[in-house]
Design a protein around this ligand. Structure first.
Ligand code: ADE
Length: 229
């Protein structure tokens, strides 16, 4: 898989892309990540990428030209079709099933929005999808792009060492994860539930399923409605 990120703050990405699992995924060749400075695609003096809105109003808008040029240049480098995603608060809400679907795409191009907004022609004629990571407004799409990359890359086969670690985690099948414990069996005055020490795998599996359902019902009844269980 190849992911290209177009941003006016390329330096922000090293904190996430050059660490831990994402770094290892790149080393193993499971994913290729490229960060592009949008200003490199500006045709204007001082590498300008924004301008005032037609019709007036406060603030500045990101111009279409540098974004189109950046995406067109990246598309030439990526083999095969690329899906272009604009990160913005107006986009479709991101979730685990979206992460899964995107992890099956060969090429993704993520555009990080900024300023007071973006020229509408980017939405209409360039982006295949618009995605929001939640109902709050960030100063830019960079953190949202990092969230996408992190959640997508860990789903690429071979990225996480233990295959089982993907099987039962939170939100698989729209259920939250069951409670987990490690040694010691009694910490201060709190013992581990007896069933987990029983060695009876069927009983343990039953308990976990029931706990996951209980937790989801209490905390996220909205997920249960979508659940396949
Ligand atoms: N840019 C600003 N806020 C955002 C959000 N919530 N999701 C995606 N991109 C954004």
């Amino acid at each position: 898989m190849r992911i290209d990120i177009i941003t006016i703050f390329p330096e922000m990405f090293s904190a996430v892309l050059d660490e831990s699992i994402i770094k290892r995924a790149q080393k193993k060749g499971r994913v290729k990540l490229f960060v592009h400075n949008l200003r490199d695609y500006s045709l204007e003096k001082h590498r300008k990428v924004d301008d005032r809105p037609f019709g007036g109003g406060s603030g500045m808008l990101m111009q279409a030209e540098p974004i189109f040029r950046a995406v067109e240049a990246v598309k030439k480098k990526a083999k095969g079709k690329a899906k272009v995603i604009l990160l913005c608060p107006q986009g479709e809400a991101f979730n685990q099933s979206k992460a899964k679907a995107l992890s099956n795409c060969g090429n993704l191009i993520l555009i990080c929005g900024h300023y007071e907004g973006i020229d509408e022609r980017v939405r209409q004629y360039l982006a295949d999808e618009e995605i929001s990571i939640g109902d709050y407004v960030l100063t830019g799409g960079e953190l949202a792009a990092m969230v996408l990359v992190d959640s997508i890359v860990r789903l690429i086969p071979g990225v996480l060492g233990d295959k089982n670690s993907l099987n039962f985690e939170s939100l698989e099948g729209n259920l939250l994860e069951y409670p987990q414990y490690t040694r010691p069996a009694k910490f201060r005055k709190w013992p581990v539930p007896e069933v987990l020490l029983s060695g009876d795998h069927d009983r343990i599996a039953g308990w976990r399923k029931q706990q996951a359902l209980k937790r989801t019902k209490e905390r996220r009844p909205d997920l249960l409605k979508k659940s396949k269980q």
